[in-house]
Design a protein around this ligand. Structure first.
Ligand code: ADE
Length: 238
């Protein structure tokens, strides 16, 4: 079953954008995943196809209209579609590698890209939109966030990553940050590749990498240590 991404946006010309090149672009061409992009403005109200209005209760900015977005969602979803319906928003549940893995294991998603100050709360409820954030900072719209989410999913689809191993060992799979990498030349500006990596001793190399990953995680992301895969860390003591 092809992973199908259905994106609702006011800026359809932003897609596929970076998703059209490299791994995700090749996978898109190969039919490993599909991307449908719909313009929310096609469902705008009146002669001017208005998509937003001033906030009830006053205040700055504009709000994406419930009726307009509901019509756009309904037109984009085939009857009986059971894919998750996501709304990219800084208010959302933070995106994690675990959530990405879940999504990539499914049939795809409907992804609404927010703009303006917000989206009328009633359409979020009425269409069962799950809000997803890619981090604690505010983008000017959900499009880049949708691309981040899709890039993270697509690289996990079967056949997309050449080297199956490279998925499992990197940052966050296992819950630790990744160990440092080196390649030739052996000396670069007076800095050598650590001796252990040149030793050919696979056991010691694996141990060194686990130690490095744990040390780096403790320094940079102590919040991840409690959640890390304890089997990975226990192996250190063997
Ligand atoms: N839209 C604006 N900022 C965002 C964020 N941090 N995550 C997801 N969507 C957004």
């Amino acid at each position: 079953m092809t992973f199908r991404a259905t994106v609702l946006t006011l800026y359809p010309e932003m897609f596929p954008g970076p998703l059209g090149v490299s791994l995700s672009g090749k996978a898109l061409e190969a039919g490993t995943w599909a991307l449908d992009v719909h313009n929310i403005r096609d469902h705008g109200s009146g002669a001017h196809r208005a998509v937003d209005d001033t906030p009830a209760g006053g205040g700055p900015g504009m709000v994406l209209k419930a009726d307009v977005l509901a019509a756009a969602v309904d037109a984009a979803l085939p009857p009986g579609d059971r894919r998750p319906r996501l709304l990219m928003s800084p208010r959302g549940r933070p995106l994690t590698q675990a959530a990405v893995r879940d999504l990539a294991g499914g049939d795809g998603a409907l992804i609404v890209c927010g703009r303006f100050e917000g989206v009328d709360e009633r359409v979020i409820e009425a269409r069962g939109l799950e809000e997803v954030s890619i981090g604690d900072y505010v983008l000017s719209g959900g499009e880049l966030a949708a691309m981040v989410l899709l890039d993270a999913c697509v690289r996990l689809l079967p056949g997309v990553m050449g080297h199956a191993q490279s998925g499992a060992e990197e940052s966050f799979e296992g819950g630790l940050l990744e160990y440092p990498h080196y390649t030739r030349p052996q000396i670069f500006e007076d800095r050598s590749i650590p001796d252990v990596l040149m030793s050919g001793h696979h056991g010691r190399i694996a141990q060194w990498r686990r130690d490095q990953a744990e040390t780096l995680t403790r320094e940079r992301r102590p919040d991840l240590i409690d959640k890390a895969d304890k089997t990975v860390m226990k192996e250190r003591k063997d």
